[in-house]
Design a protein around this ligand. Structure first.
Ligand code: ZN
Length: 129
């Protein structure tokens, strides 16, 4: 599963990790739930999840209690998380340029490169995770 790969979960961690996908919800047809015990997610990990599952909810569980519920939200601008798939883009050169994308659409995912205008789809992003 994509989210598991992003978080580097190997199954050997102590504590409980519950991940539920395609759970029916009122707001949208289905939603993804990721439950992780004793593990905070850094903003970069949250953004990565948002790229792949824009309606996911992340529950941090400690001692059988949900201590934090976090709705995943994709920012309008994504920096340094994914690389431009255009090989001649300046962000892929040796210049010290951070990658930067505008989120044109969440579903289907469309990211527009700030530098070359290249449109990245979900499959381009998945290749990098
Ligand atoms: Zn580019």
């Amino acid at each position: 599963m994509d989210v598991v790969n992003i978080l580097g979960i190997t199954g050997r961690e102590e504590g409980t990790i519950t991940i539920a996908i395609n759970v029916p919800s009122k707001r949208c047809k289905v939603k993804d739930i990721v439950k992780i015990e004793d593990r905070e997610l850094n903003p970069q990990e949250v953004h990565k999840i948002a790229l792949l599952a824009p309606h996911a909810t992340i529950n941090i569980i400690r001692g059988y209690k949900v201590v934090k519920k976090q709705e995943v939200k994709l920012p309008n601008v994504i920096e340094s998380i994914v690389k431009c798939a255009n090989p001649v883009c300046i962000s892929n050169s040796n210049e010290p340029v951070r990658s930067k994308f505008y989120v044109d659409s969440e579903e289907p995912l469309l990211l527009r490169c700030h530098y070359c205008g290249y449109m990245m789809e979900k499959k381009d992003v998945l290749l990098q995770f």
